[in-house]
Design a protein around this ligand. Structure first.
Ligand code: PEP
Length: 244
């Protein structure tokens, strides 16, 4: 059976004092339940702090990116092996902000996913269309192109992926896909994953998920949880989403 997963993406937010308060509230407030997992993806410098606060709790953690390279002359990069040393279970790859501002192409995202998997870290591979692409009715083609690049790179590792559908027009905008719109794309992704022998991969929805819309989204047949940006910075809101 597919498990449920809610992951917080702090983006470039946080500070030692604010993180400590947030992590402590999450550790106290999250009650483990079979088949349900909560995780936070923090900026690199805070990973030791996150590890210190969450080790021994049922909450997992990860990074927001990972290098496609193993080691060497790649200034500014962080390898999967380094993330593993700080107990990361997850690494987000292909977030639309990385694709948009930092030049992460489908090929780079696929290589990053492969690099994470090779080190035992689960990549949370993001796919999603822009508003222009949605209006141009190419949503399906875009998300399948992005997914296919990852599937081709990871081969039999596909069963160890997490995929997040994040329509770019819904990220940080307060505008969310309706449950039916999100479900339609998730069903397309699920069908492609099934062909790759990975039908049970968790499929997360992301894009302005809040406590008051999470339950309706997560009730959809192919939505297994969420990737949560802004709302993951407030403990009560994030926990309410996770409980949904
Ligand atoms: C995200 O950053 O992955 C995200 C979904 O952001 P938000 O929830 O703020 O839209």
């Amino acid at each position: 059976m597919r498990g449920k997963l809610v992951v917080g993406n702090w983006k470039m937010n946080g500070g030692l004092a604010a993180n400590a308060a947030l992590l402590s509230e999450l550790a106290t407030g999250w009650k483990p339940a079979a088949g349900r997992e909560l995780a936070v993806c923090a900026p690199y410098p805070y990973l030791p702090q996150v590890q210190g606060a969450l080790a021994g709790t049922p909450i997992a953690w990860g990074a927001q990116d990972v290098s496609e390279h193993d080691a060497g002359a790649f200034t500014g990069e962080v390898s999967a092996r380094m993330l593993a040393e700080f107990g990361c279970r997850y690494a987000i790859v292909g977030h639309s902000e990385r694709r948009q501002y930092f030049g992460d192409t489908d090929a780079i995202v696929a290589a990053k996913a492969g690099s994470a998997l090779a080190t035992g870290i689960t990549p949370i591979a993001c796919v999603g269309e822009t508003l222009a692409e949605r209006e141009g009715r190419v949503t399906e083609a875009v998300v399948l192109r992005q997914l296919d690049a990852v599937l081709a790179a990871v081969g039999s590792g596909a069963t160890r992926l997490v995929i997040a559908y994040e329509p770019v027009w819904a990220i940080g905008t307060g505008r969310t896909a309706s449950p039916a719109e999100a479900q339609a794309v998730h069903a397309t992704l699920r069908a492609r994953l099934a062909k790759a022998g990975a039908v049970d991969v968790p499929l997360l929805y992301g894009g302005s998920v809040k406590a008051d819309n999470a339950a309706a989204l997560f009730a959809m047949a192919d939505i297994d949880g969420g990737l949560i940006g802004g709302a993951s910075l407030k403990a009560a809101e994030f926990l309410a989403i996770a409980r949904a």
